[in-house]
Design a protein around this ligand. Structure first.
Ligand code: FES
Ligand code: FES
Length: 155
């Protein structure tokens, strides 16, 4: 079967079909941005985009992602290799401490901002409520998403 991850096609042996997508991309492809944390669809640390929708892939099997466009944090950078404007906003706003939640936060915010580039802080808060952060207290994360929203309005 084929997986399309960060615009690259991967031929995956059928024997991996029943493996969890988190385990497959981390262990076999070395894409370690998506984290193995609660594994209960609760914390958001494993969130990636499947066809531009946020999915917590700790409960997705490899075979269920076949043919879908998967975006992980490793595919977020700009074509010239610089950080995507949303990633840069996380840095600038001080929205990263240990960084464990950051890939899931960024991808969840990316999916949200693509649909809603002019959000209120309350809408941002609601969009990120499935992503837990142990460190930041969330304010800087909301700041970062708000800062980056201008970029999504223009692009
Ligand atoms: S590891 Fe998937 S939601 Fe927590
Ligand atoms: S920055 Fe540490 S969990 Fe969010």
């Amino acid at each position: 079967m084929k997986l399309i991850i960060n615009k690259k096609e991967y031929n995956v042996p059928d024997s991996y079909g029943e493996k969890r997508l988190t385990d497959y991309i981390r262990d076999e492809l070395d894409l370690t941005g998506a984290k193995n944390a609660c594994q209960m669809n609760a914390c958001g640390a494993c969130a990636v985009l499947l066809n531009n929708e946020v999915i917590k892939i700790c409960h997705v099997l490899v075979k269920d992602a076949e043919g879908k466009e998967i975006l992980t944090i490793e595919g977020m950078e700009n074509p010239d290799g610089t950080l995507h404007q949303l990633q840069q906003a996380f840095v600038d706003a001080g929205a990263i401490q240990c960084g464990f939640c950051t890939p899931g936060m960024v991808l969840t915010a990316h999916a949200f901002l693509m649909k809603n580039p002019k959000p209120t802080r309350e809408q941002i808060r609601k969009a990120l409520q499935g992503n837990l952060c142990r460190c930041t207290g969330y304010q800087q994360i909301i700041d970062a998403v708000e800062m980056a929203s201008e970029y999504y309005r223009k692009n």
